[in-house]
Design a protein around this ligand. Sequence first.
Ligand code: SF4
Length: 277
Amino acid sequence: MDILLENGAAGAGVCEVGALRPFMTRRMSERMAALPFEPLCAIVGSFPFFTGEDNPSGAARGGMIAQFARAADYHMAVFRRVSAAAGAMSAAFQGARFHPLKNGWPLPIVEAARLAGVAFTGRHGLAIDGTYGSYIALSAVLCDSRLPLSQPLGYCNGCDGAPACESACPTGAISRDGERRVFDRERCISHITQNSDSARLETLRLTPYIWGCDICQQACPHNQNVPKTPLPEFLENVISRVRPSGLGGPSMPTDRHYSDRLHLLERNMRYTGDGNE
Ligand code: SF4
């Protein structure tokens, strides 16, 4: 755990891979079976990415980018960190094998973070850190040895029966069936902005977002006054809004989550009203 913390994780903990099996899809199980060894434990880490500005407005124009995508692609940035950690673990613990995961795949990473005591789970289905709220990326290093397990965390208290995230979502993607949480991914603005064939593009008119969405997270009490990330890759060259003239131009960085899908940003701008400069 210390090695993950030394490599930039805000929180780290260990859970048993066997305890995650009931939460794995068939595709996850197949990918697990194809790994270089059978993992017994996952060393899970959380990496904060909050850039410090929530909804820039005023003179700023253009389609909004969600927090997770405002700087370097978190998949790659976090993978570099967990890969370095896995290398250091291999050197420190000879005889055990370690394997870094990109974006936590193929673990059900939110559940892994909860069981590893790294982050509790919110009603919106995202992992929540006590300091950085849900503005965290998760990943893990798998290990073929048995390690001391961390104390699991639980779930948020649902805002005492009136979930703010549920009320804030403009499309009703988060709801309840009795006490059971229901999440309709097809209604989620974040999913729609990143999906090439969503049938619900018209709902993009309801928000300024052209990549991802932070609305349910902004409503959450655990995301109020969170500090900026200390990780430099998420503070450099922050882009919160994109205008059509910036798409693909020389000022557009090539290291973004959306870099190979600029056509989707352009499409989404037509719905948010940012398509005309
Ligand atoms: S807004 Fe309330 S119900 Fe939703 S995740 Fe945050 S604490 Fe839980």
